[in-house]
Design a protein around this ligand. Sequence first.
Ligand code: NAD
Ligand code: LMR
Length: 331
Amino acid sequence: MTAEGKNPVNVAVSGASGQISYSLLFRIASGDVFGKDTPVHLRLLDIPQAVSAAQGVAMELFDAAFPLVTGITVTDKAEEAFEDAQAVFLVGSKPRGKGEERSDLLAANGKIFGPQGKAINDHAAKDVRVLVVGNPANTNCLIAKASAPDIPANHFTAMTRLDHNRSLAQLSDKLGAPVKDFAKMTVWGNHSATQFPDVTYATVNGESVADKVDEKWLADEFRPRVAKRGAEIIEVRGKSSAASAASAAIDHMRDWFAGTPEGDWVSVSLPSDGSYGIDEGLVASVPCRSVNGEWEVVKDLEISDAQRKLIDANVEELRNEKKIVEDSGLI
Ligand code: NAD
Ligand code: LMR
C-alpha cells in the first residue's frame, strides 16, 4: 500500500524492448490507463536476446521519475512477468513487413501465445485482464485463451481499438467534426484486411453518420482505407504502426477498467458468445460497453443483408485461421 492508500496495479507488458512498448510503457507509467492517482508496478517481459534492451527501457522509465511507478521488474521468464498481474499487454511478437498479410505471421507468432496463456493462467491474478496486440491478434488471443482455462473467457481480448480509432479519425476528417462528437462506431470481425468498419449505428452530435455519407464513399474509400491502414503505414513509414497502436491499447485497457462513456460503445475483439451469428469461441470484434470492469456485448442491433455478407466473409477468415492453428497443434 502506498502513502495515498492505493495498492499498485501489477501491469505486465511483453515485447518490452520493441517499438510499441517504447510508447506504451511510458503512458502507463504516467497514469493514462489506471488514473493519475493509481500507482503501478511495471513487469517487462522480452526474449533472452532482447532482455538487455528491455533493461535499458527500464533505466529510462526509472530516470523519468514517474511518481506513480512503485517498481519495475525486467525478465525473460513469462512466469515471473505475469506473477499476480492484474493487466497484461501481450505485444511481444514479430511485426509484418511490406507485402505480407497479418495472417502470414501465424506460423512465427502463434507458438508464442500458448505458453504465455498458460503462464497467465498459472501465475496472474484470477481476474487478470489480457489484451493481445501481437498479430494476427484475434487468433493469437484464441491460442492464449485455449491455454488459460481458469481465466474467464471475456478477460481475453484482442485489439481492434486501433481500427475503431482510425475509423473515427477518417469520419472526423470527412465530416469536419471533432472526434469527440462521434459515437457508436463499430468494427466487426478480424483485425485484418477483410474487417468491416461499420457506420450503420454511428452518430455525430446525435445525428446519423450514415445519412451524411454515401455508400460509394463508404465502399470505395472509407472501408478499404481503414482496413488497409496498417499496410499503408508500413508502406509510408517503413515500419508498422507503433505510437498509434500503443495509444489504442491504452484506450482499450483504460475503458475496460474505468468504463465506456454513457451513450457510446467501442470495438473489442473477444471470444464470441454466439451473438450476431459469430461461432462461439472465435475471437471477433463486436460493439461492447464496459460496465463495472467487464465488457458487455451490445446486443440485438438489427443487421441488414448487406452487413451480414460483410460480417460472414470476415468470420469465414477467422474460421480458417482457427483451422490452421488446430491442424498445427497450437490449440
Ligand atoms: P517490434 O519488433 O518492435 O517489437 C517486438 C518485441 O517483441 C521485440 O522486443 C521482441 O524481442 C519481442 N518478442 C518476440 N517474441 C517474444 C516472446 N516470445 N516473448 C516476449 N517478447 C517477445 O514490434 P512492434 O512494432 O512493437 O509490434 C509488435 C506486434 O504488435 C507485432 O506483431 C505487430 O504486428 C503488432 N501490432 C498489432 C496492432 C493491432 O492493432 N492489433 C497494431 C500494431 C502492431
Ligand atoms: C496495424 O494495423 O497497424 C498493425 O496491425 C500492424 C500491421 O501489420 O498492419
